[in-house]
Design a protein around this ligand. Structure first.
Ligand code: GLA
Length: 671
C-alpha cells in the first residue's frame, strides 16, 4: 500500500496529557503542575487555547513573557507542547469594537459576548485580527523546541457552525457563483420553479433563514456545504500563517461522536497533518462504548492511509455540559482512553489537566481534580500514564485492515434532517450507528469511510440511509458487487442527487438497478407502531412498498398494508446486493450482519459475547497488538494468546479479561 510522507509524531511513544491552562493559576502552581505531570508521565499538553485576551491586551500589543516562561518550564521538564492558536475566544476588546463579527442564527438573532467561538467565519475583520495573533505566535514559537504540534483554534464550528448574517449571506452568494457559474444553473439545480422561487441574480439568494422550516432542499444543502467550507477556509488561513514560520505539524480538534455532523470532517481531515478528535460519552447512552468505537473507526476512516490520529480531548469523569454529569465508573477512565488507542489514536489527551475553580466550566472533571491527588481519579490517571508508556511500541502501528466499510457522508445527514420529509424523526447518525453496532458486537472491525474512499479492499460495503449521492459515486458504489463484494443499501439511500433533487422512476433511485428491486411509495410508521416480518422480527419507523425485478426476497412483511410484500431483498450478483427497505431494531440488523459475515467468511477478531471489544493493531514488521476491552461487569474468557503489555502476564491458548478491564496482548505472529 503506498504511504504518504510520514508526519513526525509529537511524542516518543503514545501521547498523554491534556489542555493545560496555566493562565488560570499563579506561578507557584505551575511548578506543582509540572512535577505532577512528570509523576503521571504526561508528555504532551495543549497550551494557549483560550489565551488571546492575555496575549494581546490591545490590538497589536503582545505580552508573551508568561507564555515564554510556561513553554520553557515544560520543555525543561521534557513535556512537549501542542500550541493552540487562541482564536476560539476573541477578546472582549475585539467584540466590543466589532460586534458585527458575532455570529447570527437562523432567526436573525446575533450572539452576545460571553461565550466562545463568537465569530462569523466570513468576517474579514475577524480574520484580520485572528491572523495577526496567529502570526505573532507562530513567529515567536515556530521553532521553540517544546512545540511539537500546532492546534488551530478549538472545535471550529462548535458555536459558530452556521452564521446567517449579511456578511455570510454575501459570501454564500460568491460561493454559489463559483459553484454554479450563473444563476440559471442554480435555478435548475434547486428546482426553483417550485413555489415561484426563480432567481434572476445571485444577489436575490439568502441563506435559509425565516422560511418556516421549509427551505428549498437544494439551497439548504448548499448552505450547509458553504458553512463547512467557510470554516475550512479559516482553518486553512491560520495554517498557512503558521507554516510561514514553523515546520511543526498542524492539527485542529474535530467533534466526531454522538451523531455530531457539524461540518464535513472527511474533507477537513485532508487539510491537517494529524487529524484530532474530541470525544465525550453521553450519560444517557446505554452503549456509550460503541459510540466511542464508532468515533474511532470514523476518525481512522478519514485519516490518510488509515494511519494514526490523535484523541485530543475526552474526560476523566463528568463533563459539565450534560444534564446530570455522571462520573466514570472505576476503571472506565483507563478503558475509554485505551479504546481510542485501540481504534487508531496514538495517544489519549483530556480536557483538562487541572480542574478550574472559576469560569463556566468550574465543575468539569480534570486529570487533577479539585480534591487533589488523594483521589481515585488521580490514581487512575497515574495508571493510565503507566499503561500508555507500556504501550509505547503500539505508536505508529495501524489497525488491522478491515474487510467491512460503512460509508458516511455529511450531505446525507444534513439533507435527511432538514426541511419537509416523509418522516422528520429519522436521524442519519442513528442508522449509521445501528449498522456499526452489529459488526462491533461481533468483534468485526469496520472502517467508517467517506463517500469518495477507495473501496477496493473491502468485501462488504454498507450504505446506511445514503440519501444524497451523485451519479459518479453511485456508479462506484454499485460497482463493488461486480468485483465480488457485498453491498448493503438501507432505506432512503440514493433517493436524491447531489442537488437534493429526487431521482424519478422509483426509490432508491441511484441503486435500483444494482439492487434489482425498487419501491413505489414510502409508508412511514407512526409512533409506537410496529409491523411484523416473516422471521418474527419487527419493523419500526419506516417501510416502503417494494417491487422485486431481479432479486430474492429475504424477509417479507406479514401484516399491515404491506403484508406479503418484500421488506429485505438480495440480488444474487457478486457477493450479493442487499436492499433493507425498512428500519429494523438491533436484533434484526444483527441477524443480517451475522449472515453476511458468515457468508463472506469474515473472521471475527476474537469470538466473544457482545461487550467484549477486540481490535488488533499491527506493524509492518509483523508485530501485532490485540486490544481486548471488557465493557461488561463480569469476567470474559476467550481464545487469545500473547504477553499482556500492561502487566507482563502471559496468556494462551485461553485468556480471561476481568470485568471492566483491558488487556493488550502482544501476539507472536509470523511476519
Ligand atoms: C470541548 C472543548 C473544551 C471543553 C470541553 C468540555 O471539547 O474543546 O474546551 O469545553 O468541551 O467538555
Amino acid at each position: 500500500m503506498p504511504t504518504a510522507p510520514t508526519v513526525p509524531w509529537p511524542t516518543d511513544g503514545l501521547s498523554f496529557g491534556g489542555d493545560y491552562s496555566p493562565e488560570q493559576w499563579p506561578r507557584e502552581v505551575w511548578h506543582e503542575d509540572v512535577r505532577l505531570m512528570r509523576e503521571a508521565g504526561v508528555n504532551l499538553v495543549t497550551v494557549g487555547v483560550f489565551s488571546w485576551a492575555l496575549l494581546e491586551r490591545s490590538p497589536g500589543v503582545f505580552t508573551f513573557d508568561w507564555l515564554d516562561e510556561v513553554l520553557d518550564l515544560l520543555h525543561e521538564n521534557g513535556i512537549a507542547v501542542d500550541l493552540a492558536t487562541p482564536t476560539a475566544a476573541p477578546p472582549n476588546w475585539l467584540l466590543t469594537a466589532h460586534p458585527e463579527i458575532l455570529p447570527v442564527d437562523a432567526t436573525e438573532r446575533r450572539e452576545r459576548p460571553g461565550g466562545r467561538l463568537g465569530w462569523c467565519a466570513a468576517s474579514e475583520t475577524f480574520r484580520e485580527h485572528a491572523l495577526r495573533i496567529v502570526g505573532a505566535l507562530a513567529e515567536r514559537y515556530g521553532e521553540h523546541p517544546a512545540v511539537r504540534l500546532w492546534h488551530v483554534s478549538n472545535e471550529l464550528g462548535g458555536g459558530n457552525a452556521r452564521c446567517y448574517c449579511e456578511v455570510s449571506a454575501a459570501d454564500f452568494r460568491d460561493w454559489l457563483a463559483d459553484r454554479y457559474g450563473d444563476v440559471d444553473a442554480a435555478n435548475s439545480a434547486w428546482g426553483t420553479a417550485f413555489w415561484g422561487h426563480t432567481y434572476t441574480s445571485f444577489d436575490e439568494v439568502s441563506p435559509p433563514r425565516g422560511v418556516g422550516g421549509a427551505p428549498n432542499p437544494g439551497l439548504a444543502l448548499d448552505f450547509e456545504r458553504y458553512s463547512s467550507d467557510a470554516l475550512l477556509r479559516h482553518l486553512d488561513a491560520e495554517t498557512a500563517v503558521i507554516e510561514q514560520h514553523s515546520a511543526v505539524p498542524v492539527t485542529t480538534n474535530f467533534m466526531v461522536g454522538a451523531g455530531s455532523q457539524v461540518v464535513d470532517y472527511a474533507e477537513w481531515a485532508r487539510h491537517v497533518a494529524i487529524p484530532a478528535n474530541d470525544h465525550y460519552t453521553l450519560v444517557d447512552d446505554p452503549r456509550r462504548e460503541q459510540d466511542l468505537a464508532l468515533a474511532g473507526d470514523r476518525m481512522r476512516g478519514m485519516t490518510r492511509d488509515r494511519g494514526s490520529w490523535l484523541l485530543m480531548e475526552h474526560s476523566t469523569g463528568g463533563p459539565s455540559w450534560q444534564q446530570r454529569n455522571r462520573a466514570k465508573d472505576p476503571s472506565e477512565l483507563v478503558r475509554n482512553a485505551l479504546a481510542h488507542v485501540a481504534h487508531g489514536s496514538d495517544g489519549a489527551l483530556f480536557f483538562q489537566w487541572r480542574a478550574s475553580t472559576a469560569g463556566a466550566e468550574q465543575f468539569h472533571s480534570a486529570m487533577l481534580p479539585h480534591a487533589g491527588t488523594r483521589t481515585r481519579v488521580w490514581r487512575e490517571v497515574l495508571a493510565l500514564g503507566r499503561a500508555l508508556r507500556a504501550l509505547g511500541p503500539v505508536q505508529g502501528s495501524r489497525v488491522e485492515a478491515a474487510r467491512v466499510a460503512i460509508v458516511v457522508d455529511e450531505a446525507s445527514g444534513w439533507a435527511l434532517q432538514s426541511g419537509l420529509k416523509p418522516h422528520r424523526g429519522l436521524r442519519y447518525a442513528t442508522e449509521v450507528r445501528a449498522w456499526h453496532r452489529a459488526f462491533h458486537d461481533r468483534q468485526v472491525t469496520t472502517d467508517v469511510v467517506p463517500l469518495d474512499a477507495d473501496l477496493d479492499a473491502y468485501d462488504v460495503v454498507v450504505l446506511p440511509t445514503l440519501l444524497i449521492v451523485d451519479d459518479a459515486a453511485a456508479a462506484r458504489l454499485a460497482a463493488v458487487v461486480e468485483r465480488g463484494a457485498t453491498l448493503v443499501v438501507t432505506y432512503l439511500s440514493g433517493v436524491a442527487d447531489e442537488t437534493a433533487r429526487i431521482r424519478s422512476g422509483g426509490y432508491p433511485g441511484a441503486f435500483r438497478q444494482v439492487l434489482g428491486a425498487w419501491s413505489e411509495e414510502f409508508t412511514p410508521l407512526q409512533v409506537g407502531e410496529t409491523r411484523t416480518l416473516d422471521d418474527g422480527g419487527v419493523v419500526i419507523d419506516w417501510a416502503e412498498s417494494v417491487v422485486v425485478d431481479d432479486a430474492e426476497t429475504v424477509l417479507r412483511h406479514t401484516d399491515g398494508p404491506l403484508a406479503g410484500t418484500p421488506a429485505v431483498t438480495r440480488r444474487p450478483v457478486g457477493g450479493g446486493a442487499w436492499y433493507v427497505s425498512v428500519r429494523l431494531p438491533d436484533q434484526s440488523i444483527r441477524r443480517i450482519v451475522d449472515r453476511i459475515v458468515e457468508e463472506r467468511g469474515i473472521a471475527r477478531t476474537v469470538t466473544a459475547p457482545p461487550g467484549l471489544e477486540a481490535v488488533r493493531r499491527v506493524r509492518d514488521d509483523g508485530s501485532a497488538f490485540l486490544f481486548l476491552l471488557n465493557h461488561t461487569d463480569g469476567d470474559v474468557g476467550l481464545s487469545a494468546a500473547g504477553t499482556d503489555l500492561l502487566d507482563g502476564s502471559v496468556h494462551g491458548p485461553e485468556t480471561v479479561v476481568p470485568a471492566g478491564r483491558v488487556r493488550v496482548l502482544r501476539e507472536e505472529r509470523a511476519s
